[in-house]
Write a new protein. Structure first.
Length: 133
């Protein structure tokens, strides 16, 4: 057990900053070691740029930002699950495979739903823009 992560030692605002530091450490690790997070980061930047360029509504921004957040969260959970399974066993184990595959499938489903969301939000605006050319 890591004594440095014992939250009972930190109170108030100090606890918040320690929690934020651990979260940032997780993001740094994930972006340094997970190629799929870089792909999602690039697609997120493209999506945000499209949102500004196509002047989407506030409600559309909410939908896009929630989608991006859910996709990132699932990718991070997938990374955590893979680390936990690898910590328990590096040998082939059918249950370990199921755990990893199901977490990967959850990330895949959120990515597909994000793509569908992007088409629903940006598609009509792109079609409208192209029809004016």
């Amino acid at each position: 057990m890591q004594a440095s992560r014992n939250k009972s030692k930190h109170k108030g605002i100090s606890r918040f900053f320690y929690s934020a530091k651990y979260a940032v450490d997780g993001l740094i690790y994930a972006y340094a070691h997970e190629h799929s997070l870089w792909i999602h980061a690039v697609l997120s930047i493209i999506g945000i740029a499209l949102g500004f360029l196509l002047d989407i509504s506030t409600n559309q921004w909410i939908v896009i930002l929630i989608s991006l957040g859910i996709i990132l969260a699932f990718e991070l959970v997938n990374t955590a699950m893979e680390a936990c399974v690898d910590m328990v066993t590096l040998e082939y184990n059918e249950l370990a495979k199921i755990a990893k595959d199901c977490c990967s499938a959850a990330s895949f489903v959120t990515s597909i739903m994000g793509a569908i969301t992007a088409v629903v939000v940006f598609g009509p605006k792109i079609v409208d823009l192209l029809s004016k050319l």
